[in-house]
Each structure stands twice: as C-alpha cells, then as structure tokens.
Design a protein around this ligand. Structure first.
Ligand code: ADP
Ligand code: XUL
Length: 518
C-alpha cells in the first residue's frame, strides 16, 4: 500500500488530500479556512483587510497555524505514519522574507513549540505581499525600463512586469525599507516557504511558481542576471535555487514526525504554484486540455506545445511541473466579485443560483463589467463595477439580473482575453470552489459554446501535488494516475443550451466598455 499526501496552501484556506496510489482512491481530505478558524489574524478572506494604495498582505504565521490545525485534524482521520510521499502547492507570487537566522532556524524546530512561535523571530518582514496586491505600478515601470521595455521583459520572463509578481514586490520592499531588505537573507515564495518548513531545509523554487516572479528566464529556466539587477541589489544571494518539478527536496522533518506521527524517510517533492499544480490534478499536464479554475481568482490555463505570449501583456507563461510550459491568464475579480454581488442583496448561494432560472441568457441586454477591485485581465483600475442596461439594473435594484450580469460579464471578458493562446478544444474542465455551481458552469458552457466537465475529485490543486509526489517518490507514471484520479463526473457534464449568436452583441459591448474605461 502506498499513500501520497498533497497540500494546497491557497488564498482563503489550506487543504490536504491523501490518495491510495495502488487502489486508486482518495482516502482522506481536510481543509482549514483561515478567516473562520483563525479569526484573530483579522483576515476574513485570507488577507489583511484595509491595505492602502492597492497593498494586499497576509500573515505567514497564520499559514503555519493553519497547517498545524490541518495536520492535527488529518491525523485524527488517517494514520499519517502510512504516508510515504508528500508534495504541495501555494498561492502564486506571494513572498516571505526571512532574516539570517532562518537557515539554521529552519533545521531545528522544537516539536514542543508551535511553528508560528518559532518562525516569528526568523522573519525579516512581518507580513507577506500576496497576488492580490496591485501597489507596484511604479516598480513595474522601473524594472521594464531598465531591461529595455515590455517586449524584452516578456521574452525573458514570460510576462511583462506585473504588479502582483514577486520581483516588483521585492523592488518595492527594497525601496521603501532598505534596511529591512538588507537584513533579508532569504526570500521564499509561499510554496517554497512551506516546503522548507516541512523538510527542515531551505527548499528550492520550482519553474512553475518561479516563473511568476518576473525574475526567471523561461528559456534557460535560471535566474536572469539582468532581471535581478533591474529589481534590487544582491538579489541572487537572497533567492533559493530554481529546480524542475521532479526534484525531491528532502524528507519530512522530525518536527512533523514527532507532532503528527509521520514515518521517517518520507520524501518531499518540490512544491509548486496552485495553478501549475491544478494543471496536473485536472489531468491536463499534456497539451490538449483547457482548464478554468474558479477560486478566489478565476484562472484559465493549459499546457503548451509552443511558447507564445499575450500581445496585450496580461497573460503569462509558467513552467509546467511535469514537463515543458503552460499558459495562464488570471482574473483578479473571481469569486470575491461573485460574493460581492451575492452579499449586496443578502443572498446565499442557493438564491444566487436561482437567479439564473428567473433571468435569460443575454440578460435582456443588461451588462456588467464586474470589477470590484483592480483587474489584472484586462488591466483596469476600477473600484466599482460598471453597469449598462435598464435604469433599475443600473441602480442595483434588480438582484437576479445583477447576479447574471456579473457572471456573464466575467466569462464574456475571459473569452476575449484568452484568444491569444490560440487554443481550440471541445471540452473545458472546471475546478475551484465555484465550479460545483451548475448555473455558473452553464454560463461558461454557453459563452464558450463548449461542453463543460468537472472531475469527481474537486480539490485539483492538492490532488496534483499528491500525484506529483507519487510520480517522483513512488515510481508511478502521471498518465496512469490521471486514468484513475482525474475522472470526469458523469453527472456533472454541461452542454451549451443556447446558440452562439445570443452573446454576440454582449461580447461586442463588453469590449467597448473595456476600451472606454482603459
Ligand atoms: P482558493 O483556493 O482561492 O482559496 P477556492 O477554490 O477554495 O478558493 O474557492 C473558494 C470560493 O468558492 C469562495 O470564495 C466562494 O466564493 C466560492 N464558492 C463556494 N461555494 C460556492 C457556490 N455554491 N457557488 C459559487 N461559488 C461558491
Ligand atoms: C495567478 C494568480 C492567482 C494565484 C492565487 O497568476 O495570481 O491565481 O495563484 O490563486
């Protein structure tokens, strides 16, 4: 019997899945929501509210406390001594700043004390900027100028300089707080930070998550000297190594053996970003499948044969943790925008869902650009959505029409923004917290005019991590694991039920709205 554990440290929660790779079954799952379980961190949606100028930070100690609760609860459901391989994934771009005590400190955690208590004195910066942070436009401009513009930036790093990416975030830290930057001995991503804690060794960054930093060269898959110099001084020595997805970074450390009952000698595969991990967990690590993830952010991604880039500068190329590369487009106004409309009318998800049965596809021409906060695709700095339609709709007086307008606006925009990938597919795989909602899935299917499928296992990020660990440490082949774990839910298939022409006018108008407000 071989069991593999996958972890998913995402924006609002940390989750785990344990799979039996011989029998082909999920044997245990668990999740800890930061806002619900750790309210004293004052981060109801996983980030510290009230940041100014587009700043969005989270507390890395909260992630550690949540990891401990998760493992404690998981060990009550499953004997963790049976786990023989581990890997994980983290929300992308977020960074953790450690001081010179980190390198020794990470090797010597005392199992009688909590991780958060022991990591606290190792931090060179109390909080971590995360992917929702849009406060670094000036730094993006400076970095791009220093390397001769967006085209060079994009060719080198797979993306133009992007506010939420780690390089611009590091530059801002260096410029705003040079002495704390000097005291920083190591900068980790969420993924490599947690991998380090788990192994008790300073772990490497993988090419999937590393490409979300504006620092990694996507041709050589090494840190790019010119990008490092354009970002901040002495950066190379503050970064961990970069490695490919097949790297085994160490073994589960004594801390976790003693506290949660893991066995000795359990290998830990390098962690990756949540989206690259989901690519694997959705069975899409070979080119040919398209995935839409409806999490805190909505993302659209696919494994790529050829590396092309987005002429609008909003899309990205990341390493594929199995092999090659992947394209990705991120929409910052995902679940939190849907929730904002839901909450505005005091709706629960049931009422939100029912709104689609009392409104029509195309919404009688009522259209919303549903950006409640700065959007990344397209880059638009809105704080309020734009509504265009009847007077009552524009005055937010019709809840059901607003609900449909929000979701239709999201996917009309998504369809336009991902055209640069040049993908054609006859099925879209949906995952993430909102993917279980049939009404949302139907809108996706109608707007893309494509069949939509969900998989039987919904936690694709954690599953991808468990599959990667099983492939690297337990001699399993990813394609074989896909055949057992990445099965479509036969009852979850959704087909388009209106013709393409229903959305033609709305598609034209959403583009017009975007141009008008750019
Ligand atoms: P992340 O991984 O980014 O933390 P998840 O993939 O777990 O996020 O998705 C969480 C989101 O799922 C919540 O913010 C919530 O808006 C959304 N969600 C949960 N249930 C439903 C539902 N029934 N319909 C639509 N959205 C839902
Ligand atoms: C991707 C992105 C988000 C985060 C959080 O570029 O910023 O999808 O990975 O999920």
């Amino acid at each position: 019997m071989s069991y593999s554990l996958g972890l998913d440290a995402s924006t609002q929660s940390i989750s785990a899945i344990i799979i039996d790779v011989e029998v082909g079954e999920v044997v245990a799952e668990g999740s800890v929501n930061f806002g619900e379980r750790l309210p004293h961190y004052k981060a109801p949606s996983g980030f510290i509210a009230g940041g100014e100028g587009g700043e969005v930070h989270s507390d890395p100690l909260m992630w550690l406390d949540a990891l401990e609760i998760l493992l404690e609860e998981l060990s009550g459901k499953f004997d963790l001594s049976k786990v023989s391989a581990v890997s994980g994934a983290g929300q992308q771009h977020g960074s953790v700043y450690l001081n010179e005590k980190w390198l020794a400190g990470v090797r010597n955690f005392d199992s009688n004390r909590s991780l958060s208590e022991q990591v606290k004195p190792l931090l060179a910066r109390k909080t971590s900027p995360i992917w929702m942070d849009s406060s670094t436009s000036a730094e993006c401009r400076e970095i791009a100028e220093a390397v001769d513009g967006d085209e060079v930036m994009c060719a080198k790093s797979g993306s133009v300089a992007i506010e939420r990416f780690t390089g611009p975030q590091i530059r801002k830290f260096y410029q705003c707080n040079p002495s704390a930057y000097d005291e920083t001995a190591r900068i980790h991503l969420v993924s490599s930070f947690l991998c380090s804690v788990l192994t008790g060794r300073d772990a490497a960054i993988d090419t999937g998550d590393g490409a979300g930093m504006n620092l990694l060269n996507i041709q050589s898959w090494e840190w790019d000297d010119e990008l490092l110099d354009a970002t901040a001084p002495d950066l190379l020595e503050k970064l961990p190594e970069v490695k490919f997805g097949e790297s085994v970074e160490g073994e589960v450390s004594d801390y976790f053996i003693q506290r949660y009952g893991f066995s000795e000698g359990v290998e830990v595969t390098i962690f990756t970003g949540d989206n690259p991990s989901s690519l694997v967990g959705m069975g899409a690590s070979e080119p040919g499948k398209v995935v839409i993830s409806l999490g805190t952010s909505d993302t659209f991604f696919a494994a790529m044969k050829d590396v092309v880039s987005d002429p609008d500068g909003c899309g990205h190329v990341f390493g594929n943790p199995v092999a090659g590369s992947m394209s990705l487009q991120c929409f910052a106004n995902g679940s939190l925008a849907r929730e904002a409309v839901k909450d505005r009318f005091g709706y629960g998800w049931d009422e939100f869902t029912k709104a689609f049965s009392v409104t029509e596809c195309g919404n009688g021409g009522n259209l919303m650009l549903p950006f409640f906060s700065p959007e990344t695709s397209p880059r638009l700095d809105l704080a309020e959505p734009i509504l265009e339609g009847s007077k009552a709709f524009e005055a937010w007086e019709n809840a059901d029409v607003a609900v449909r307008a929000c979701v239709e606006g999201q996917f009309l925009n998504m369809k336009q923004r991902v055209k640069w990938m040049g993908l054609s597919t006859d099925v879209i795989y949906l995952t993430g917290g909102a993917s279980k909602n049939d009404a949302i899935a139907q809108v996706v299917s109608n707007i893309f005019q494509t069949r939509v499928e969900r998989l039987t296992v919904s936690s694709s990020v954690a599953l991808g991590a468990a599959m990667r660990a099983a492939s690297n440490s337990l001699g399993k082949v990813i394609a074989d694991l896909e055949k057992v774990f990445c099965l479509p839910d036969e009852n979850g298939k959704i087909h388009p039920n209106v013709s393409e022409s229903v959305y033609a006018e709305s598609a034209r108008r959403i583009n017009e709205l975007i141009s008008k407000n750019s």
